[in-house]
Design a protein around this ligand. Structure first.
Ligand code: ATP
Ligand code: MG
Length: 423
């Protein structure tokens, strides 16, 4: 036997146990976006490296250390997308979707970041995200936050905290940036290596440090909300009002700056206590300069992205009923004639009940071994066809999850009974 091929570190297969939770999340998400008039966009997973450098920012961890970048045979530098906002903007510009138009779009799919893999942090992970283009006011900020709150409700997750901040405009940030630089320079001995680097590239990023030793220094730093321009302040005030109207609780956090450079004004993050260090489950913000920065006509934008793996994890540890993809029924067929009758019967049942999950036993074997497989499949009941049933034109229905008696049913009776397994 040759050596086993090993998977890539931080890249997972999603199957059996986890898959139903993914389905559940995706169904809720589709319903959510339909309810708010967002259209799905299916984006490429690969883009020019330049796209991410110019949008996420050269001074960010994502661009500096986390991208999967390589050259094509033709010599173009390309990158597996670490996030999809930049791609949405690129797509909108490429296809001219922003000319005198507003767009509300959503996406789902894998993202790639070369991080240190650990629970809740992978190298291939998945996001669902929403973006709205062409809406300058705080009404759409509120809409996007309402949507996320509605999703948690639909999923039965009631323990998430919303943190909210405003970053103002790039112009209003200039003075703050200087103050912050002065402050951290004065405390240069207390900075870790990462922060020292960030001080030169982008001092705001120091506020995003996860190093516990840095937290005291960060807590005493000047705050951005003291430096907002009037319009940003009004925008933020209005958003808070709209959230209050709707009864959505939030914490103001003037240290929330987010890990990507393109944000302006509103930024927010939904967090959980239940997943240890990987607390953020959904984050987003406004990026009014990004479209122009990537060569489009100046257009405001705002969006959020949620981490599917982290939400699935929350669903798995919540005490909600476990969603199942187990078959309703498992068809046992013993002997060549039974197999022939059985396969035809299975097709008839699937024709009649498109929702029916029916697993046919393939590969033959003894009655006993087939019944064992039926039990293992998680099915509610086994349909049994042996020589005797074929001769009599009947099928035996054997409940697998209760002590109810096995019954012998004629084909027409059986077709009726199957409906009762679907509710
Ligand atoms: P973190 O602070 O945990 O690194 P982030 O700020 O880098 O998160 P975003 O870029 O805002 O995350 O991505 C949105 C969401 O995607 C996060 O809130 C998180 O739930 C999820 N996410 C980000 N990186 C990963 C990863 N490597 N593995 C799994 N989920 C991730
Ligand atoms: Mg990160």
């Amino acid at each position: 036997m040759s050596d086993k091929i090993r998977p890539i570190r931080g890249v997972n297969d999603i199957y059996a146990d986890a898959a139903p939770y993914w389905d559940r999340l995706e169904q809720a998400v589709q319903q959510l976006f339909a309810a708010y008039g967002y259209t799905e966009i299916r984006l490429p997973v690969i883009e020019r490296t330049e796209l991410f450098k110019r949008s996420i920012g050269e001074g960010t961890d994502v661009v500096q250390k986390e991208m999967f970048t390589f050259e094509t045979r033709g010599g173009t530098s390309v990158t597996l997308r670490p996030e999809a906002t930049a791609s949405c903007v690129r797509a909108a510009i490429t296809n001219g979707w922003l000319h005198n138009q507003r767009q509300r779009m959503w996406y789902r799919g894998p993202m790639f970041r070369y991080e240190r893999p650990q629970k809740g942090r992978y190298r291939q992970f998945h996001q669902v995200g929403a973006e709205a283009f062409g809406f300058p006011g705080p009404d759409v900020d509120a809409e996007l936050i309402f949507m996320s709150a509605r999703l948690w409700q639909a999923l039965g997750l009631d323990d998430l905290t919303l943190r909210l901040n405003s970053l103002g405009t790039p112009a209003s940030r200039v003075i703050y940036r200087e103050q912050l630089t002065t402050y951290f320079r004065e405390h240069a001995d207390a900075l870790d290596d990462d922060s020292r680097q960030r001080l030169e590239l982008n001092p705001l990023r120091i506020l995003d440090s996860k190093n516990p030793q840095m937290q005291e220094l960060i807590a005493a730093a000047p705050v951005i909300t003291d430096h907002l321009d009037d319009e940003s302040e009004q925008h933020f005030g209005r958003l808070c009002e709209l959230l209050n109207d709707r009864g959505i609780a939030f914490e103001l956090d003037s240290r929330l700056v987010r890990g990507l450079d393109y944000y302006t004004r509103t930024v927010f993050e939904w967090e959980t206590d239940a997943l240890g260090a990987q607390a953020a489950v959904c984050s987003g913000g406004r990026y009014d300069g990004l479209v122009e920065q990537l060569g489009g006509r100046s257009t405001p934008g705002i969006g959020w992205a949620l981490g599917v793996e982290r939400l699935v994890e929350l669903l798995q540890i919540s005490d909600q009923p476990v969603p199942t993809s187990a078959p309703h029924l498992y068809l046992v067929m013993v002997g060549a004639e039974a197999e022939r009758t059985g396969l035809a019967l299975a097709e008839t049942l699937r024709d009649r009940y498109p929702q029916l999950r029916l697993a046919s036993h393939c590969g033959g074997g003894s009655f006993k071994s087939q019944l064992k497989a039926a039990d293992r499949s998680g099915a509610q009941a086994a349909l049994i066809l042996g020589e005797a049933e074929v001769a009599a034109g009947t099928v035996a229905l054997k409940p697998l999850r209760s002590d109810d008696q096995q019954q012998s049913l004629a084909a027409a009776e059986l077709a009726e009974r199957v409906g009762s397994f679907l509710t």
